[in-house]
Design a protein around this ligand. Structure first.
Ligand code: COA
Length: 338
């Protein structure tokens, strides 16, 4: 017998919020710092500018708190009603002491437990599945998922192949138990440990603890083999998105929006070409934020919240360090009200 999907408890997004630092780092600013130019950056990545949290106190935790407060204040959410706070990040405030408990305390989520998710650019997507699992198993009703990264804290601003891509920011989404038939439907995730050869911070972890020599050699900065990462990203985002679309018996025409990780406009275009989804359905804000790692998906949700209509069919996809990747299908739960 066919199951009536309206009777199943789903994890629906009921509110979103965001925060980006005020300071803008343009391509022209980067021209003064490394051997690059605006035309190269725009044509190879689609990025024109990115936000950088120059104030040392404006950490990942600070930005995550701001995004969460933005969500709670705009939507009249009492933080003490939140059951779980998840922070997806690879730039926690401290190596030891996860960022999520700090964020929960700062926003007044006094009844929540909290933990971090480390899956690089796939962190928010993995967090969506985590939030949905806690809700659909009826363990918790309200999960606040935040994607936040201060990438400028791990970037070498003399490395032109890396520093042009990344920016800082945070986005948040509230997932709530819902019985109206809309919400998180399903997802597929994957990983390949070979990825740590191609995208990593080489030293400062337990395998190669930091010392004076590694510090002087800049081994504590993010390091990537861009071309390899590019190929893996397109392959896995396209393949998993296709599977999710097939599993849900959707056609490209039926999909309302694709929310893809904002790593490089050419990666987004190549991925979505494989899906056959019309260009106007593929949402982008990479031109103004660059790659904010775990924050790109929720920043898209916040930027395009007023565009979404109740029942819209959204495909999410992401790829990141590890390697990690995945795709998810979510039906949007509300019409925007100003
Ligand atoms: N400005 C000008 N020239 C640059 C440059 C810059 N900022 N960075 C690299 N170049 C040069 C290279 O030195 C190379 O020169 P050469 O041909 O004389 O050797 C040339 O441009 C091409 O370099 P290449 O690395 O092949 O460029 P690319 O088209 O692959 O673009 C990236 C580089 C990093 C933008 C691209 O590979 C990428 O986006 N990869 C994915 C990275 C990513 O998503 N990381 C996060 C994980 S989700």
């Amino acid at each position: 017998m066919k199951r009536d999907s309206s009777l199943v408890t789903k994890a629906a997004i009921t509110a979103v919020g965001s925060y980006v630092p005020e300071e803008v780092l343009t391509n022209h600013d980067l021209e003064q710092m490394v051997d690059t130019n605006d035309e190269w950056i725009r044509s190879r990545t689609g990025i024109s500018e990115r936000r950088i949290a120059k104030n040392p106190q404006h950490s990942t935790g600070f930005m995550a708190v701001k995004a969460a407060q933005n969500l709670c204040q705009n939507n009249h959410i009492d933080p003490s009603t939140i059951d779980l706070v998840l922070v997806a990040t690879i730039t926690p405030d401290y190596q030891v002491s996860s960022t999520a408990p700090y964020v929960a305390t700062q926003i007044g989520a006094t009844n929540a437990f909290a933990f971090d998710i480390s899956a690089a650019c796939s962190g928010f997507l993995y967090g969506m599945s985590t939030a949905a699992s806690f809700i659909s198993s009826n363990q918790y009703k309200k999960v606040l998922l935040i994607g936040a990264d201060k990438m400028s804290s791990i970037i070498d601003y003399t490395d032109r192949a890396t520093c042009i891509i990344f920016g800082d920011g945070a986005g948040a989404a509230l997932f709530e138990a819902s019985d109206n038939g809309f919400g998180f439907e399903n997802a597929i995730h994957g990983n390949d440990g070979i990825g740590r050869e191609y995208l990593n911070i080489q030293e400062g972890g337990s395998l190669y603890p930091i010392n004076e020599n590694t510090f002087n050699a800049g081994k504590h900065y993010l390091n990537q083999e861009g071309k390899t990462v590019f190929k893996y990203a397109v392959k896995h985002m396209a393949e998993t998105s296709k599977k999710v679309i097939q599993n849900n018996a959707l056609t490209a025409e039926e999909i309302d929006y694709v929310i893809a990780h904002q790593a490089n406009k050419r990666i987004i275009d190549a991925t979505t070409n494989h899906l056959g989804v019309a260009e106007e359905k593929v949402l982008t804000n990479i031109h103004k934020y660059g790659n904010t790692t775990a924050a790109t998906l929720p920043l898209l949700l916040a930027d395009f919240e007023s565009t979404f209509k109740k029942g819209d069919k959204l495909i999410f996809t992401a790829f990141g360090g590890g390697f990690t990747w995945g795709a998810a299908y979510l039906t949007w739960n509300y019409d925007y009200q100003n």
